[in-house]
Write a protein that binds this ligand. Structure first.
Ligand code: HEM
Length: 328
């Protein structure tokens, strides 16, 4: 009899203890034991949101080994971003080749007049070429970060690729300065001509004289050039700000901010390159007489009449320009 009472008492205590402990246990996110011999990494990350160690460095961020957001970031850098870049850049190159095969170079319809007028002064050309030169090196070294390891290591071997990649990274860091200064100067020096105007809508409706054969009137910059201007100012601003956040990490943002800056820098940089390919095309083989504007700074009067008739009228009104072209 006493034995049965003792047994019942012990059983009730055990039941009570189990009833008290069970809800507390159920509140735990999972039953993962981080020190178990075989811990599933995936489970551990889900339960703890990060995997941290201990370290001797003063910067405690270095002790964070892994976090789910880091994996999303890695997936974006290694898979999504290369796809965005490949589609954007190869797609643009494909379109430009197709356009060139169909349309060819846009010629000065009435031929050269032999009279020229100043389109960009030497300061404007200096700023343009400083920005363009820095941009091209930044673009090549940036593309190397996204595509270099996969495309160049098989050709160059790991050691040569590592040396090239290190120099490319130095260039990418330090040419950011003349590029940023260039973007700021472009913003200031051409803002007055880059607000939308009534002429822009007609220019767009008539295909800019690029698609079709009309020659819609345009001021100093047509609607297409205004788009390029704002892409340079806003796209350049975005890559510069996010680039400096990456160059000087954690001064302004936390880990999540760094990852966001990296994401914006990558997307904006690659789309910027794709769009500038169209600009470079039209400034070189796409349009007869355009390169001179940024080369010597002077354009032929017939070129100006065909592409920027309102600007030509204004310049003539001011008594500027139209002088005989130098003998060839
Ligand atoms: C090899 C590369 C490049 C060439 C051949 C080139 C050529 C030209 C030419 C000929 C013009 C004058 C167009 C006109 O008179 O109507 C121009 C204007 C301009 N360029 Fe470039 N360019 C190059 C790269 C760049 C780069 C990399 C940037 C900026 C990142 C840039 C920004 C601009 C801007 C904002 C304008 C004024 C708006 C416009 O005409 O579209 N250029 N460029």
């Amino acid at each position: 009899m006493r034995a049965s009472v003792r047994f019942l008492f012990a059983a009730s205590i055990l039941w009570l203890a189990a009833a008290l402990v069970a809800p507390a246990y159920a509140q735990q996110p999972t039953t993962v034991n981080p020190t178990a011999e075989r811990v599933q990494e995936e489970q551990l990350l889900k339960a703890l949101k990060k995997a941290e160690g201990r370290g001797t460095l003063a910067d405690t961020k270095s002790q964070l080994l892994e976090q789910p957001a880091g994996r999303d970031w890695r997936q974006f850098q290694q898979v999504t971003l290369p796809w965005i870049g490949a589609i954007g850049i190869l797609g643009m190159l494909g379109l430009l080749v197709l356009f060139f095969l169909i349309r060819g170079m846009i010629r000065i319809e009435n031929g050269r007049s032999g009279r020229t007028l100043v389109r960009f002064n030497s300061f404007e050309r200096f700023v343009h070429w400083m920005t363009a030169f820095s941009f091209i090196i930044l673009a090549v070294s940036g593309l190397n970060i996204t595509f270099g390891r996969a495309l160049l290591t098989p050709l160059l071997g790991p050691e040569t690729f590592a040396t090239w990649a290190q120099w490319a990274k130095y260039a990418h860091n330090y040419l950011s300065f003349p590029f940023t200064i260039g973007v700021v100067l472009i913003f200031l020096m051409w803002i007055a001509w880059n607000f939308p105007s009534g002429a822009d809508f007609r220019w767009i409706r008539e295909g800019g004289g690029i698609i079709g054969n009309k020659h819609p009137p345009a001021r100093r910059f047509n609607a297409g050039q205004k788009v390029i201007y704002w892409v340079v100012v806003l796209g350049g601003g975005a890559v510069a700000v996010t680039g400096y956040l990456l160059f000087f990490p954690f001064y302004v943002t936390d880990m999540a901010g760094q990852q966001l800056a990296h994401l914006i820098h990558g997307i904006a940089g690659l789309l910027f390159i794709a769009i500038m390919l169209a600009h470079i095309y039209i400034g070189t083989i796409g349009m007869q007489g355009a390169f001179e504007a940024m080369g010597s700074g002077e354009v032929d009067e017939n070129w100006a009449r065909q592409h920027h008739s309102l600007w030509l009228e204004k310049q003539a009104g001011k008594g500027r320009g139209q002088r005989p072209a130098p003998a060839e």
